[in-house]
Design a protein around this ligand. Structure first.
Ligand SMILES: [Zn+2]
Length: 474
């Protein structure tokens, strides 16, 4: 995600220590079915995600009419039970649930709080078994413009369309989901909209047909995806199709009011080429972009096909495409690890400036350090374990300097290896920020404890030995 001109500030209050994802009650007797936990274990989002199962696939189907704003949904979540389940939760915000089935049998259900759909299957689900939960639902989806989340959730476009976008929570506003990056799964979506509208999502476009004035389209994302990286956007799009040199399909969708972003959209292949040289082979099945005619305050790295606010620029495109490695291929284990996404995606903007424009990054670094020397506000922003509500304050600015200092601390060869090998090692999975630190130290053959403490956990300007390593000391 990149906020307009690094205002950086909106989002959420998350983070915390992950305690595991099964949520089983340690007190229960072995073999006795028990409820899955209402949260996956992220301290600052106690209700985010759910315990007791691992989602292995989503098959979401929605019908949406912009004229009346009504959404009707029919979603099947396939999952593997990680405990004997007497009942389990999905996350769903707003909307009215009409029925729930588990493996074809009618299930009882209840709503709890603002995000929990509690499902009691007709029979307990045995640990290790795969089960399918089908939810039929509908209504007018809601947004979440209040509070520190900013404009997340379901929103309308200036031309009367609609879109679902936001981090950390946006999926539960339009389909039932295990809403946490720790539980990634392949995603399939069928959209049905009046024929004068076009729906665009992530993944490969598989089928489109029009009948009785409605257009039905299927999208399939084969790679596991964190739920905040899914989206659907309904607008009067102009759609351009092409492919990357290796045959990866490119789909760029420009909403009314986004025509000025075509120059950026046409450079997606060039940007991916450049980033592949830094981070290794492009890890996603598709490429392109969804260009909104609305100023939503941020752009988001929706998988393979980022969604851009209308004030995005080329640097935004570089940032969101860098996330296809940092955040999407490898995803955070908890929201405390957000620097793994944002510090690295932000540093890609410097790599681009260096590689494409010949910028002297050491000079840029010195100018920034000089500018912020003495600024308690700048240096007090922690990059890891930053506290709820502060996740996005330092990662776009101090985070860039920290990654550049790391590069000079460990040298070009080790830095290149870290950038290329870490996302590949964790592709389609998750990693924590401490795992990144351990990996960098191992590759470099250095004890980086003091360095990481000063830059990523500290609240003061790092001592000169960490501030000016390697060529920065000259
Ligand atoms: Zn970002």
């Amino acid at each position: 995600m990149l906020h307009d001109r690094v205002r950086a500030l909106l989002l959420c209050g998350l983070l915390g220590t992950l305690v595991g994802c099964t949520g089983a009650d340690p007190e229960r007797s072995p073999g006795e079915p028990a409820p899955g936990a209402a949260g996956i274990g992220d301290d600052y989002y106690p209700n985010a995600g759910n315990g007791g199962y691992d989602a292995t696939g989503y098959d979401v189907s929605i019908s949406y009419d912009p004229a009346n704003g009504r959404l009707d949904g029919d979603t099947t979540v396939t999952a593997r039970a990680t405990q004997d389940l007497s009942r389990f939760n999905l996350d769903l915000r707003g909307l009215t649930v009409d029925s729930v089935e588990v493996d074809g049998g009618r299930a009882e259900f209840a709503r709890e709080g603002d995000s929990e759909l509690v499902v009691t299957p007709p029979e307990p689900v045995p640990e290790g078994s795969t089960f399918r939960t089908r939810v039929r639902y509908g209504g007018t989806p809601v947004d979440a413009s209040a509070g520190q989340l900013g404009d997340n959730g379901w929103q309308r476009t200036p031309s009367g369309g609609a879109f679902a976008l936001g981090e950390p929570h946006s999926a539960a506003y339009w389909y039932p989901v295990n809403e946490h990056p720790l539980d990634k799964a392949p995603f399939r979506l069928t959209t049905r909209v009046p024929e004068e509208w076009t729906a665009v999502s992530i993944g490969r476009q598989e089928n489109t047909s029009t009948a009785d004035g409605w257009t039905t389209t299927t999208w399939a994302e084969p790679n596991p995806v964190a739920s905040y990286l899914t989206t659907v956007v309904i607008d009067r799009f102009t759609v351009e199709r092409g492919e990357l040199a290796d045959g990866t399909p490119v789909l760029s969708a420009y909403a009314p009011g986004a025509a000025h972003l075509r120059d950026e959209g046409e450079r997606v292949g060039e940007v991916i080429d450049f980033l592949s040289g830094e981070f290794g082979e492009y890890p996603q099945a598709v490429a392109g972009g969804i260009y909104l005619g609305a100023d939503v305050g941020f752009s988001l790295e929706t998988q393979g096909r980022p969604t851009y606010t209308r004030s995005a620029d080329l640097e935004t495109v570089v940032h969101e495409l860098a996330h296809q490695w940092w955040g999407n291929a490898v995803s955070v284990r908890s929201w405390a690890d957000i620097c793994l996404n944002e510090c690295l995606a932000s540093y890609s903007q410097w790599l681009w400036a260096e590689g494409k424009q010949g910028d002297d990054l050491d000079a840029r670094y010195h100018r920034a350090v000089d500018r912020f020397t003495g600024s308690q506000e700048f240096w007090s922003r922690k990059l890891y374990d930053m506290g709820p509500g502060h996740e996005f304050e330092g990662v776009y600015s101090k985070g860039i300097l920290a990654v550049h200092a790391l590069r000079r601390q460990i040298g070009e060869e080790a830095f290149d290896r870290v950038l290329r090998e870490f996302p590949a090692r964790h592709q389609d999975g998750n990693a924590s920020w401490p795992q990144f630190e351990d990996f960098a130290a191992r590759v470099a053959g250095q004890d980086l404890g003091g360095f990481f403490e000063a830059w990523f956990r500290g609240t003061e300007q790092p001592a000169d030995e960490y501030l000016y390593p390697g060529s920065l000391s000259g």
